[in-house]
Write a protein that binds this ligand. Structure first.
Ligand code: ADP
Ligand code: MG
Length: 696
């Protein structure tokens, strides 16, 4: 059905107007201007003709069936118009009109009514509050949109929640003379969803790369499921947006969707294999590389240049992007000595010199194709006025057409004087860039996607030594009693049920019970306040460390009681554990996406240096290992200059157990193990908090 949306044959424009400056008029204009081959029926009860086409008073008067209708009339009339479309047998409607969910409660009710009416009539709704779709295919050209850029046909498909962003991306590709395949901007997305469009693009053979702009997901799980599948087939390039608090607020008021936490979205993109960008230009430039070239089989690049400086800049950016520049083989060097000018520099980069002609370039390219330790070719080409640059360009195209190794080109030229050269390269599918950094970043994106394709489907670890029932029981009880913050007893029982190592503990309901519980825990011990009012215990004087005997215990209890004047105060007694490093492991729910899991070294590393790593549950072993490896302070855990490290294996296991715990109990909104104390071979959690969400 969504295929029909992108391939309309007979389009009615409800709200078509004789006024040039109106959306209904522009849509008719665009359909005609973009050479839509089907029928266009302007619907207007008053005007006899619009843009030279016969207008009809109602969609019911159209002489043939209609398969797609635009609606651009005031929102309150939209449900009735949908009803009439139903009578006419319309299958898809694009609602351009605004005045729905994005304006608040009244609009939301209207949107709901529109959707219900559509469902009843078996109609798919696109929008409301949106631009529409464009199909650039010469046989199915359709401009069902009110924007102004007329894209040429190509292989990049755009889906953008925001029409403003989508239109700018479309214009940029147009300016760069690069074609598009499909364009879709669905605004409030009450029915046809972004995941559905991504899935459709994924199946479309002519779409080589998908460019995505999204601010919020109404159903993140639908997106995750689709994107995971599609990203393995073709690259999805996405803009990160709404990542700062300020950005997120803007997104909320913009489309009326709920914005997931920016961090969680970043993690989702990463986990799904979506290439995320924070710069629109960079995303467009990378998309062009994907549209024109294949993905390299590895990260080893050979550079050919006819000028020195840009090759150095390119090298820097390539290396930063994770590429390496292997040396040329001896055979290659001696071969090129016979083919290039004697002054040429034969290494990687190969400097063919400014006077190099097409034969020299060809020899250098052929050599890089032959070199097994090279996966891609980067060309710095400044167009010398004393060289037949068109011939050089033709050789690049010829080599690219062999389809062996991808080529990108940093083309330094005056595009008006060297127009023909530019045209040869563009028609020949050589992605050309104005600066070495741009070309290098685009190539790095190709390499990154190659890595994603090579990623093995990492298996989620599933421990089977758990007491899930015990855990469930505690959570249900808490929810029934409307307890959000669990008391210590429940927290530690949950951790024990998931076999997360905790220091020996006991709880004294009052002072009298202290000596006996202390004996069962054993000295030296730690005494802590157990009260929902004492969340940050040590700040409130609720933690007494290294208690050696009963006398000290009594004093400590008295001091705690004086500091924490809480009605529910109990005493939490815990084995004192002087073990080495302090670690923090936490989890925070991102509804619909999963839990963000955090790992870091405690103390200043977390507070001052913010040296923490994140993952998204459920985690695989490789992901958990990566979290411990990617800390800047990772070396401390491995042991450094005679200082002992920690139990990395044990920590990875705790991360995985926490990930399983929160995945299996999504009611857990927040969880904090802070600190876990660790030395080589041993980990012990000595403080933990769990916050449960209210029953849904
Ligand atoms: P809170 O985080 O509520 O202030 P904690 O229970 O984490 O309270 O205690 C504060 C600090 O005391 C911990 O970060 C840790 O350095 C130390 N500590 C707590 N419990 C123990 C213990 N059982 N053994 C050794 N040190 C501990
Ligand atoms: Mg703590």
């Amino acid at each position: 059905m969504i295929h029909d949306l992108f391939h309309p044959k007979r389009v009615a424009v409800i709200g078509a107007s004789t006024k040039d400056l109106s959306i209904g008029n522009v849509i008719v204009k665009n359909l005609l201007h973009y050479n839509f081959q089907g029928e266009v029926y302007p619907i207007n009860p008053k005007a006899p003709k619009i843009r030279g086409l016969k207008a009809y008073a109602s969609i019911l008067d159209c002489p043939t069936d209609v398969d797609l209708a635009h609606i651009s009339i005031p929102s309150k009339f939209v449900p009735l118009a949908i009803e009439q479309c139903g009578q006419k047998g319309v299958k898809n409607i694009i609602i351009n009109s605004a005045g729905f969910k994005e304006i608040g409660a009244g609009g939301e009710a209207l949107q709901k009514l529109a959707l219900e009416t559509a469902k009843k009539n078996n109609i798919r709704l696109f929008g409301p509050n949106c631009q529409g779709i464009i199909n650039t295919h010469p046989d199915y050209k359709a401009y069902c949109d009110f924007t102004f850029t007329y894209p040429k046909s190509g292989n990049i498909s755009i889906v953008a929640q925001s029409g403003g962003v989508g239109a700018v991306l479309m214009q940029r590709f147009f300016d760069l003379d690069v074609g598009l395949r499909f364009y879709a901007s669905n605004g409030n997305a009450c029915d046809v969803s972004i995941p559905e469009i991504i899935e459709y693009y994924g199946e479309d053979e002519e779409t080589k790369v998908i460019v995505l702009y999204v601010e919020s997901f109404s159903d993140p799980s639908e997106f995750i499921e689709v994107a995971k599948k599609v990203a393995k087939k073709k690259p999805i390039l996405a803009m990160r947006a709404g990542r700062t608090e300020e950005g997120a607020k803007a997104a909320l008021s913009h489309t009326g969707g709920l914005v997931g936490s920016g961090l969680a979205i970043d993690l989702v993109f990463d986990k799904l294999g979506i290439l995320a960008f924070s710069d629109e230009e960079e995303m467009c430039q990378s998309a062009i590389a994907f549209a024109m070239q294949k993905v390299p089989s590895g990260n080893r690049v050979g550079i050919i240049t006819d000028t020195g400086g840009p090759a150095i800049i390119a090298t820097d950016t390539l290396v930063q992007g994770g590429l390496i520049m292997p040396d040329l083989s001896k055979g290659a060097v001696s071969h090129l000595q016979t083919k290039l000018f004697p002054e040429a520099s034969i290494a990687n980069p190969i400097d063919v010199l400014a006077t190099a002609n097409a034969t020299h370039y060809r020899a250098a390219m052929d050599t890089l194709l032959e070199e097994e330790q090279i996966d891609s070719i980067f060309i710095n080409f400044v167009t010398p006025p004393f060289v037949d640059c068109q011939a050089v360009a033709r050789e690049m195209v010829a080599v690219s057409n062999l389809g062996q190794k991808p080529i990108v080109c940093n083309l330094m030229t005056d595009r008006s004087q060297w127009g023909k050269t530019v045209e040869i390269l563009n028609k020949g599918n050589i992605p050309c860039y104005d600066f070495p950094e741009g070309a290098a970043k685009a190539l790095a994106s190709l390499v990154k996607y190659g890595d994603i394709l090579k990623r093995e489907d990492s298996e989620i670890v599933d421990f089977n030594d758990l007491d899930k029932d015990a855990c469930r029981q505690i959570i249900e009880n808490a929810q029934e009693n409307q307890k959000e913050i669990l008391e210590a007893k429940d927290v530690y029982k949950i951790l024990e049920a998931y076999r997360i190592p905790v220091a020996a503990w006991g709880i004294a309901e009052n002072e009298n019970e202290l000596p006996q519980i202390a004996n069962s825990v054993g000295y030296p011990l730690v005494l802590k306040a157990d009260s929902v009012e004492a969340v940050h215990k040590s700040d409130q004087g609720g933690v007494k460390l290294n208690i050696q005997n009963e006398a000290e215990l009594k004093i400590a209890a008295k001091e705690i009681k004086e500091s924490i004047k809480a009605g529910d105060l109990k005493y939490f007694l815990q084995e004192f554990s002087p073990l080495g490093h302090e670690i923090i492991i936490g989890a925070k729910d991102s509804p619909g996406i999963g839990h963000v899991i955090m790992f870091g070294l405690g103390g200043i590393f977390v507070e001052l240096l913010k040296d923490v790593s994140f993952g998204l549950s459920p985690l695989s072993k490789a992901e958990a290992e990566n979290m411990t490896e990617s800390l800047r302070s990772a070396q401390i855990l491995k042991g450094y200059r005679g200082e002992k490290g920690g139990d990395l294996k044990g920590l990875v296991e705790i991360i995985l157990r926490v990930s399983q715990l929160v995945s299996e109990h999504p009611e857990i909104e927040e969880l904090d193990l802070n600190p876990i104390k660790t030395i080589p071979g041993k980990c012990l959690c000595v403080d933990a908090r769990i916050k449960i969400g209210s029953k849904k």
